[in-house]
Design a protein around this ligand. Structure first.
Ligand code: SF4
Ligand code: SF4
Length: 268
């Protein structure tokens, strides 16, 4: 995000809206830490321009200060419209693609993190009996994640017998899904979060989960992991006992998606 220093009056309204804590006010002007900014545009969307002239606002504040009063703009506006979403070039444009939920990923045609994950498996049938779908969610507001850390995880996973989901924007950024390496030119770009998706044999689940846990210790971010399998004919969850046996009891907060559509042929 860019801030027009000539317009900014340093009111600080945009500061608490920043998902990465990347905005600070110095000498009555807001400044963005460009390394930390993930171009999510939350500050811009939350602080609509009020359309006042900077000279007017500064004069008003000076007058009020002299009278021992105080003028503050409403909290959800940028009084002078000083926040300016910039034109982004590659590879910085990836920050916005992954971090601004209003932007659609070119690679998958989906907004947000660019994937339906495995939530729609009843319709897509990507994960079949005897298989497990895994999502590894890296980054969160306040921490974000660099692609170099995602690359560390994808390359580690590629050493096992895994299949990276093709309809996922991270898979599209791989040089070669066989070795899991991401493009080198994006390594130092940071995004709010991103999801690695893969399919494995159900029997390999403990090995994959242990590898994810071990690899995560080297990453400068937080991760959460989701596992998904098709229920068996009795309604049981095939991965439940496997995860518990491997030392990862399922969270009570897990999601269960029930028959959102017609099962694809052969998947019932
Ligand atoms: S675009 Fe997002 S990360 Fe960047 S300054 Fe605005 S809120 Fe913060
Ligand atoms: S809301 Fe606008 S005027 Fe206020 S500090 Fe942020 S950019 Fe500057």
């Amino acid at each position: 995000m860019e801030i027009d220093a000539a317009k900014c009056v340093g009111c600080g309204n945009c500061v608490p809206f920043c998902t990465m804590g990347a905005i600070r006010v110095e000498n009555d002007v807001a400044v963005v830490n460009e390394d930390e900014c993930v171009e999510c545009s939350t500050c811009y969307r939350c602080c609509g321009p009020e359309g006042l002239r900077a000279t007017f606002v500064r004069g008003l504040r000076r007058l009020f200060r002299a009278l021992h009063l105080r003028y503050d703009a409403p909290l959800d506006v940028c009084p002078t419209g000083a926040l300016v979403p910039p034109e982004l070039k590659w590879p910085r444009s990836l920050r916005r693609a992954f971090s601004d939920p209003t932007v659609t990923h070119d690679s998958t045609g989906m907004a947000g993190r660019g994937t339906e994950e495995i939530k729609t498996n009843d319709i897509t049938g990507r994960i079949g009996p005897g298989e497990a779908g895994i999502v590894i969610d890296l980054g969160r507001p306040g921490t974000g994640v660099f692609f170099r850390d995602i690359d560390t995880m994808t390359r580690a996973l590629a050493q096992l017998d895994v299949f990276f989901e093709p309809q996922n924007p991270l898979t599209h950024l791989m040089n070669d899904p066989q070795n899991g390496s991401l493009r080198k030119d994006i390594a130092n770009e940071k995004v709010l979060s991103a999801i690695i998706e893969l399919k494995i044999k159900l029997a390999d689940l403990p090995e994959v989960l242990h590898l994810v846990e071990k690899t995560a210790t080297a990453l400068d971010t937080v991760i959460s992991v989701g596992v998904s399998t098709k229920c068996d004919p009795e309604g049981g969850i095939p991965h439940e006992s496997i995860c518990s046996g491997a030392g990862y009891p399922l969270s009570l907060n897990g999601k269960t998606n029930l028959g959102l559509g017609r099962p694809v042929e052969g998947m019932s």
